[in-house]
Design a protein around this ligand. Structure first.
Ligand code: CS2
Length: 463
């Protein structure tokens, strides 16, 4: 009904949008970038950086086609609402910008051949990826597509190509290369060694999944329907390893030779605390991160976790201080305009916690530092995996290792120590040295007993 009355966002209506909405200038007529993964994060991050250049993007969705169909119907246009900016230009702390960098769409599942052609096309210089952590472990999925596309490019003697991972993984360029390389035939492998690079990058912007409220806000601010609208926080950062095989857009990002330090700082501090709050909040039946942070004791706990466990586990990149970085992260988490749901961040814990939590624990254990505080998020995840909140409500366990997690916990029975040992024994998730770290096991079992008996709210309040 809304679209019948108001029409869709498209090139036609751009000049009639309210004056305080920022709109793209001349739109690029071709795409040098193929982006795989059409999620909200891409639309609020890389596509915005690209909108500030003269490059265009063809955005490819691996399976679900909702977003790309919406984009196709809107000439690739969509809006980003920036929420909670202190001095935001428009009403209610919202600033609206229409992004014009997406100039083509592609549905991989039904247009595989076109996808391979785009990987091979001489006009494609950069392939960027936001396909989530688990996609790199599925050789038949995105890695296979890239390998087959590279084979076609190599066979045609195509120009060099940069494959740029934008997922929250440590050494994400190396991880991507390691997923693709074993799938290459010898000739393609030899060609790729000389013509393809896999730089690492650290990406950062809090972008909750779009909801009905996102689309309603877009309609209210734009006066037309935008079925691909996203909303995001004001902060945005992109640190990219300067290792491009061919041309690249003039992104307003930080290009450096050392991304690893940035990745570690961000994954352990921002994402580690994010996951911690997500499991605590979900168990307490709290909907969002900002509301979880407001629980008595939660912010103090997050602060201790950062200063006493995360900071001693890492060497921050030049000029950074982990505690100060963490303070800024907590301020971002508290942004009341951002309704980032705990259960969204709680997804795929088995794929996220290795780099967000277990890597920190490993380094602390090696340095002989006590693991007491960081054992609490482990206990919270263990309790979350069983699927019931403190009040007995169902919690969704959306995780590729769901069956392994559930079966291990069921076999362990009710005792907290046995449940912690069951989780620590899952080798695909937990690095071996942690499985028999007595201090970690004891601390996590103690926290799990507290959570079982008193729930999250009381446990945090009495820390
Ligand atoms: C979040 C991230 O969903 C999650 O797991 O921790 O998406 C987080 O919001 C981004 O990494 C922020 O840059």
């Amino acid at each position: 009904m809304a679209d019948l009355l108001n029409g869709l966002l498209n090139d036609e209506v751009l000049k009639r949008l309210p004056g305080d909405v920022r709109v793209p200038g001349d739109r690029p007529d071709r795409s040098g970038i193929l982006h795989i993964g059409a999620g909200a994060f891409h639309r609020a991050h890389q596509a915005v950086y690209t909108d500030d250049t003269d490059w265009g993007i063809t955005v490819a969705a691996p399976s679900s086609r909702g977003v790309i169909d919406a984009l196709a119907a809107q000439d690739g246009l969509y809006s980003v609402a920036t929420l909670g900016a202190p001095g935001a230009a428009t009403r209610d702390g919202v600033s609206m910008r229409v992004i014009g960098s997406i100039v083509g769409t592609l549905h991989i599942a039904s247009e595989r051949d076109r996808a391979l052609d785009l990987v091979a096309a001489p006009s494609t210089h950069v392939v960027t990826l936001t396909v989530t952590e688990k996609a790199y472990r599925d050789p038949q999925g995105v890695p296979r597509l890239l390998a087959d596309g590279l084979a076609r490019r190599a066979a045609r003697g195509g120009p060099p190509l940069t494959i740029l991972c934008c997922d929250n993984l440590p050494d994400n360029g190396t991880t991507t290369r390691a997923a693709v390389e074993p799938l290459l035939d010898p000739a393609t492998r030899a060609w790729a060694d000389a013509h393809v690079t896999f730089p690492s990058s650290m990406v950062d912007r809090i972008v909750p999944a779009s909801t009905k409220a996102t689309y309603e806000r877009a309609l209210g601010e734009l006066g037309v329907t935008d079925l691909a609208a996203v909303e995001a926080e004001p902060f945005t950062q992109w640190v990219i390893e300067d290792d491009f095989a061919g041309p690249r857009p003039d992104w307003n990002a930080t290009f450096t030779t050392d991304v690893a330090g940035w990745e570690r700082l961000k994954l352990r501090t921002l994402n580690g605390v994010h996951s911690t709050l997500a499991y605590l909040g979900a168990l307490a039946d709290i909907e969002t991160i900002s509301e979880t942070l407001a629980l008595p004791g939660a912010e103090d706990f997050a602060r201790w976790l950062i200063s006493e466990q995360i900071a001693p586990s890492l060497v921050p990149p030049d000029g950074q201080d982990t505690v100060a970085y963490g303070e800024a992260v907590l301020e971002r988490f508290a942004n009341p305009g951002i309704r980032h749901r705990c259960v969204q961040i709680a997804m795929d814990g088995s794929q996220k916690l290795p780099q967000r939590l277990f890597a920190t624990m490993l380094d602390l254990a090696e340095a002989g530092i006590d693991l007491d505080l960081i054992a609490l998020p482990l206990a919270a995840w263990t309790r979350f995996c069983a699927g019931k909140s403190d009040a007995g409500n169902d919690l969704p366990l959306d995780d590729p290792l769901k069956d392994v997690l559930r079966q291990s916990l069921a076999a362990a029975g009710p005792a907290p120590a046995a449940r912690i040992d069951a989780i620590l024994g899952i080798r695909q998730v937990v690095p071996e040295p942690l499985a028999d770290n007595h201090q970690l096991r004891r601390a996590a079992a103690k926290w799990l007993r507290e959570l079982d008996r008193h729930g999250v709210a009381t446990t945090l309040e009495h820390l």
